[in-house]
Design a protein around this ligand. Structure first.
Ligand SMILES: Nc1ncnc2c1ncn2[C@@H]1O[C@H](COP(=O)(O)OP(=O)(O)OP(=O)(O)O)[C@@H](O)[C@H]1O
Ligand SMILES: [Mg+2]
Length: 334
């Protein structure tokens, strides 16, 4: 008579093994394809704020891993940590104690941006501007400054004008709030990338974020566009994850990336080793997913350039003509 374990093996064993085998084969194939592909360079530096006022949705993980994925493919990337928690600095192996120079010193005009650069130990073309807990004081200190929303913009603009080919991408990791630090990031950026966690409350708060971004567009930064949404912590075994992705794709078809980031233990482990998933587990599911997302972003550069030119033209027109239409333009918030 067949034993219970034989029955279980017969029913589940082979099919599980074969589906796991198929998954590994699929991952290997995707990795090989990525290995063979050259990531296109943008025509000018793309400055992307990674923002969502919701905590723990994967902003820092996304910033760190997209930046590392691009750097691993030879693109020149700068990550600016604008979060006093300093998590992006930790994950990229940057020193960020109170004695280390950081973005706080730049905002307070004590140092130039390039004076606080640190090279990421894992990737030659990845530079980090770290943040330390001192940055939390900047919210208060900036509140007295004239043009307090535009402090980071002035710093970045003058850097990029002086060094137009230094970086292909500048990512700004935002804290989970809609305060002055995030406002500075949104004013300095040309694009916003919104990571959305695949969970039940995913879309709650998104409306408020988009509303805030449209206020920034109207008042301070007419050329800002929401260029990218990325679904994070996606669990393909659950219907909920699929539903969240479908819902976002229905509302924002031109913005959401086809790549989704799986929920994976290794992704959450990597920062404790001061590493990105790209260096910690280069061929794993998390690394492949972030490389695919990075490739999609890089391949959209032409589209983003066209959008920027269109927005630039629109913002040059008299205000009465472009006021309300800004947030409804294709490819941005719809
Ligand atoms: N794809 C993933 N799989 C597993 N864990 C993940 C994944 N993405 C992020 N995490 C974990 O979820 C937690 C929150 O991620 P992360 O710090 O990137 O979010 P955040 O939006 O930057 O948070 P905060 O709002 O505090 O800045 C972290 O512990 C991180 O390691
Ligand atoms: Mg974070």
């Amino acid at each position: 008579m067949e034993s219970a374990s034989d029955v279980l093996k017969r029913i589940f064993g082979t099919s599980q093994q074969s589906s796991m085998g198929a998954e590994i084969a699929d991952l290997t194939q995707r990795y090989k394809r990525l290995e063979a592909i050259t990531f296109p360079k943008p025509s000018s530096t793309r400055i992307i704020a990674v923002a969502n006022q919701k905590g723990g949705v994967g902003k820092t993980t996304t910033t760190v891993n997209l930046a590392s994925a691009m750097a691993s493919k030879g693109l020149k990337v700068l990550v600016i940590d604008m979060d006093p928690q300093g998590n992006a600095s930790t994950a990229l192996g940057a020193r960020h104690g109170s004695q280390d120079y950081s973005i706080y010193d730049v905002i307070e005009s004590r140092h130039a941006l390039s004076e606080v650069f640190q090279q990421c130990p894992d990737f030659q073309s990845l530079t980090v501007v770290p943040a330390s807990i001192d940055l939390s004081g900047a919210e208060l200190e900036l509140s007295d400054v004239q043009e307090r929303h535009a402090v980071l913009r002035k710093i970045l603009n003058s850097y990029v004008i002086e060094h137009p080919t230094q970086f292909d991408y500048i990512y700004i990791d935002c804290p989970p709030s809609l305060g002055l630090l995030v406002l500075n990031a949104l004013c300095a950026a040309k694009e916003v990338l919104i990571p959305i966690q695949a969970e039940y409350y995913a879309l709650e708060g998104l409306g408020q974020l988009l509303h805030t971004i449209s206020l920034v567009q109207h008042s301070f930064n007419r050329t800002l566009s929401v260029s990218t949404m990325l679904v994070t912590m996606f669990d393909k075994r659950t219907l909920l994850s699929r539903e969240v992705f479908d819902e976002i794709q229905k509302h924002y078809p031109k913005i959401v990336l086809n790549a989704t980031i799986p929920r994976a233990v290794k992704i959450s482990e990597a920062p404790s080793f001061g590493q990105s998933i790209i260096s910690y587990d280069p061929k794993g599911a998390g690394s492949v997913a972030y490389l695919e997302a990075a490739l999609e972003i890089a391949q959209r550069s032409v589209q983003v350039d066209e959008e920027n030119i269109r927005r630039q033209h629109a913002s040059d027109e008299p205000q009465a003509n472009n006021g309300d239409s800004d947030t409804r333009q294709e490819g941005t918030v719809q």
